[in-house]
Design a protein around this ligand. Structure first.
Ligand SMILES: Cc1cc2nc3c(=O)[nH]c(=O)nc-3n(C[C@H](O)[C@H](O)[C@H](O)COP(=O)(O)OP(=O)(O)OC[C@H]3O[C@@H](n4cnc5c(N)ncnc54)[C@H](O)[C@@H]3O)c2cc1C
Length: 647
């Protein structure tokens, strides 16, 4: 390996410290191994390209020398995706961190892949704008990493996940450089690149959608008698076109441990700190209620389920004051009507204040022979209870488990489990293997926003069963000698061809699985008879609408069945996923057999307006004008008409 040739153009470091720093990301399994003095494989060299020309030079150098390449954002991934490997070149992209001026006309900004999230928001804030992408790891993750692993932020219910915010990218791959999205020339590979974790190319620049800095914010807490009632309230709120920016529900255990149920939050030491201070003493050592978590998880999970299931939901709106006033007024009424007790502003304000308090308290826990981890799954509303029960039961065999529900969509929601266990890698792996299988068995995605890495590679390959060959073909084209993150995404898995999905309406999730090629008149008549209409109406076959424009924060296709090379591929119906690329809209119209798409209920209030007032979102864009729906339709229509100068 001729490192001097690389060093002639690009800053490199072959020192042990830098290589060790890039040996692992924040996958808790690696931390567990590190705590047991099992060192991860370090890359051979770390390089910091400053621009696209240097990136191209480094990649060409890797191809000539047949050196595996690992792109590195900030290494905050929790699945091992950026972890080093023996003999590899790690390309740390943090020096490609240019933030352009906001293009006000299109509300977009050009950004380098290596800019850290907080730096981006700071710079945009100076210009009066924001992405509002706000992962808890905002201070230690990059824009390129967000795109490569389909990250989700705390305000995803209003603005979408990061893949919804990416308008275009430039990508440097071994065989060629190409552009995606709005910048694409020829086939648009954006659905494949986002979520590909550096396996198809290195994202060298992004065009990102931005929004004006919110003028005002409205946050409140609500107590619900049990989790089922709270889920129902969240579902109704998301389907009422009220566009909250935050809906964050804590299960009964998290509510109790976090002291959230009383309205005024008591500051306690927190779960990790308590566990860390008691773990030394062992199960019977007097560490109290939480100490047992590590040795007797089943008992503790059972005990935690006692004493009532009260749980707390935080709901919030932000944006232009007039619009927030209307939406929060109707949202507040809806939540009270759905059996929520008003806890006032404090729980919401407290959460907002501390929303980026990333916990580094877990390290001592690992040092003492325990582990803490998180698992984020998602499903449609109708499958959510089964997903919650299945994963909780699977993790609960080995670990103490609690959960919150923080990324809600019209069609479903994600579940974020936090779990703590005592033991080694075997126990850790057992817990994860069971939990991933449990999620898949009830139709949940195995990853909502943490991505895949070696950690979930096999589970993700099963979830996206059938797209492996298409992905491999793309990969061979873009990276013929296979240097990019080799072997990381989609190992071959043997999965029988699935049956065609059942056609019909899922009323809870407000979606329908329909024949993609059926004539429009038949399809629309069947839907109308049952009281529904398409959210994205089309006068032709549904398959033609797949490529139609849609609001950036919406997902117009939730699931699909496609024929590729004579074989059926069924893509899971789920609001969002980060189990690799999302090819649900990436096939030619004739390939689709069925599509699962969002609906609207004909029974709900609807108003068509001439023009939308600033910050008001339409439910549908109809030929006669933007349509507002739900309980706030009338008030919002009045606002739009007032601003348009209509009587
Ligand atoms: C405490 C904590 C809190 C977290 N909270 C959240 C959260 O709220 N929401 C969330 O979504 N995630 C969260 N994460 C996970 C993590 O921050 C995300 O996965 C993030 O997207 C990773 O970004 P990164 O820049 O650190 O990427 P890395 O970890 O460096 O890389 C991730 C993957 O992307 C690839 N990659 C990186 N840059 C590029 C590029 N330019 N081109 C191609 N491939 C690239 C890498 O090779 C790797 O495969 C959290 C993690 C921690 C430790």
């Amino acid at each position: 390996m001729n490192v001097e040739a690389l060093a002639a153009r690009v800053d490199v470091d072959i020192g042990a410290l830098e290589r060790l720093a890039h040996a692992r990301d924040l996958w808790p399994r690696s931390t567990l191994r590190f705590a047991q003095d099992k060192l991860a494989e370090s890359p051979a060299v770390v390089a910091w390209p400053k621009d696209e020309a240097e990136l191209r030079f480094a990649l060409d150098w890797a191809v000539v020398n047949q050196v595996p390449v690992v792109p590195w954002g900030a290494g905050s991934g929790v699945c091992g995706a950026a972890a080093g490997r023996k003999g590899a070149l790690t390309l740390d992209l943090k020096r490609m961190n240019r933030v352009g001026a906001v293009d006000v006309a299109t509300a977009t900004v050009r950004v380098g892949p290596g800019v850290l999230g907080q730096h981006l928001e700071d710079e945009l804030g100076r210009q009066g704008w924001a992405t509002r992408h706000s992962p808890s790891s905002i201070a230690c993750s990059t824009v390129g990493g967000w795109a490569a692993s389909r990250s989700a932020g705390q305000f995803s219910s209003r603005y979408g996940k990061f893949e919804d915010m990416v308008v275009a990218t430039r990508v440097v791959a071994p065989s060629r450089s190409f552009r995606t999205g709005l910048w694409a020339t020829g086939e648009d590979l954006q659905p494949w690149v986002l979520g590909s974790e550096g396996a198809l190319g290195i994202i060298s620049e992004l065009l990102v959608r931005v929004v004006p800095l919110p003028e005002t914010r409205w946050l409140r807490g609500y107590r619900f008698p049990d989790i089922g009632t709270a889920w129902e309230a969240m579902r109704r709120l998301m389907q009422a076109e009220l566009h909250p920016c935050v809906l964050r529900l804590y299960d009964a255990v998290d509510t109790r441990i976090g002291g959230r149920g009383k309205g005024v939050r008591k500051e306690g030491p927190g779960l990790l700190k308590t566990l860390t201070s008691t773990v030394d003493s062992g199960a019977g050592g007097g560490g109290g209620y939480l100490n047992m978590a590590l040795a007797l998880p089943r008992l503790l999970n059972g005990l935690a389920g006692w004493g009532g299931g009260e749980c707390v939901l935080i709901a919030g709106w932000e944006g232009r004051k007039e619009v927030v006033d209307v939406l929060s007024h109707h949202g507040h009424a809806l939540l009270l009507g759905a059996r929520g007790d008003d806890l006032g502003k404090e729980p919401g304000e407290h959460w907002y204040e501390h929303r980026h308090d990333v916990s580094y308290k877990a390290a001592p826990l690992f040092a003492k022979g325990a582990f803490a981890d998180t698992m984020e799954v998602a499903a449609t509303w109708s499958r959510l209870p089964a997903l919650d029960a299945a994963v909780r039961a699977a993790l609960g065999k080995e670990c103490f488990v609690m959960a919150h529900y923080s990324h809600a969509y019209r069609e479903g929601c994600s579940i974020y489990f936090t779990f703590v266990g005592r033991g080694d890698e075997d126990r850790y792996d057992r817990a994860w293997t069971r939990a991933l299988a449990a999620a898949a068995s009830v139709g949940g995605t195995v990853a909502h926003h943490h991505g895949v890495g070696p950690h979930k590679m096999e589970a993700a390959a099963r979830e996206l069963a059938g797209i492996g060959p298409k992905f491999e073909a793309l990969r061979r084209d873009l990276d013929p000698t296979g240097v990019l993150n080799p072997g990381r995404l989609f190992p071959p898995v043997d999965v029988p061809e699935p049956p065609a999905p059942k056609l019909g309406i899922d009323e809870d999730s407000l979606v329908a699985t329909l024949d993609a090629q059926a004539p429009a008149a038949d399809r629309d008549a069947v839907l109308a008879r049952q009281g529904y209409s398409l959210r994205f109406p089309t006068s032709g076959a549904l398959s033609r609408a797949v490529a139609a424009p849609h609001p950036a924060w919406e997902s117009p296709v939730l699931g699909a069945s496609v024929r590729v090379d004579g074989r059926r591929i069924v893509l899971l119906t789920v609001p969002r996923s980060s189990a690799g690329p999302d090819p649900r809209r990436a096939f030619p119209p004739e390939a689709y057999e069925t599509l699962t798409v969002p609906l609207v209920r004909l029974s709900e209030a609807a108003r068509v307006v001439h023009r939308l007032a600033a910050d008001v979102r339409a439910a549908r864009l109809l030929p006669e004008g933007p349509e507002l729906r739900g309980p706030a339709a009338s008030d919002l229509a009045a606002l739009c008409e007032r601003e348009a100068g209509l009587p």
